[in-house]
Write a protein that binds this ligand. Structure first.
Ligand code: 13P
Length: 214
């Protein structure tokens, strides 16, 4: 299982989370990555943790003020990027452009989507992975894997029907090792989470719990 920690714009210490994630990944052998604010990518990557961007724009180099250039986040130390999110909604054509931009820059890609139908649509764009996250469960304390297990299994089927090489992750409300094991049993090969770590009093303990059943 891959554990991808999205720090969103939470007021946590990205270096504290990054060092904890690096250590827990080393100790457990579980792949863990941290996705900080773009401005923090470089110093998070310097900790040695696997670092992902939260977003890249579809554009190439050029006159694109305010854009997040895929090559720039790769140069800063990111090895992957999220694309699209319930909190950063993109048009399908722009998701396609961002997947291509990320691939051009050598970044691994994970496209987020709200439901299994959208998972099928974005799987057709050829990302490395997709993540199903029901918006109504994001930021809550009930895991998608227990609140709506069918959405995870349907997302797995939906992606496989389009492209069997696309990994499927799930997210929303995941905070415990039991949630991670349940997600794995439903066919997910990774989880995407935020508040369970970013808002935890002790991010290291939260990460240790997440990997405890793997
Ligand atoms: O949106 C998410 C990750 O991208 C999930 O957020 P929570 O883990 O806070 O529910």
């Amino acid at each position: 299982m891959f554990i991808l920690v999205n720090l969103k714009a939470y007021p946590c210490d990205p270096i504290e989370v990054a060092t904890a994630a690096r250590d827990v990944a080393e100790e457990s052998g579980v792949r863990i990555a941290v996705s900080p604010q773009a401005a923090d990518i470089s110093r998070v990557a310097d900790t040695g943790v696997e670092t992902w961007a939260q977003h890249v724009d579809p554009n190439d180099y050029g006159s694109h003020t305010g854009s997040t250039l895929a090559e720039a986040v790769a140069e800063a130390g990111a090895v992957g990027t999220l694309i699209n999110h319930s909190e950063k909604r993109m048009k399908l054509a722009d998701i396609d452009g961002s997947v291509q931009a990320a691939e051009r820059a050598g970044l691994e890609t994970c496209v987020c989507a709200n439901n299994p139908a959208q998972i099928g649509a974005v799987s057709a764009l050829g990302p490395d992975s997709v993540a199903v996250e029901p918006p109504e469960l994001i930021g809550g304390d009930v895991s998608v894997a227990t609140a709506d297990p069918g959405i995870v299994t349907d997302a797995v089927d939906s992606a496989a029907n389009v492209d069997e090489d696309v990994d499927v992750y799930c997210g929303a409300g995941i905070s415990t090792g039991d949630d991670v094991v349940t997600a794995e049993e439903l066919g997910a090969s990774g989880i995407l989470l935020a508040s369970g770590v970013a808002k935890a009093d002790d991010p290291r303990a939260a990460l240790e719990d997440l990997v405890s059943g793997l």
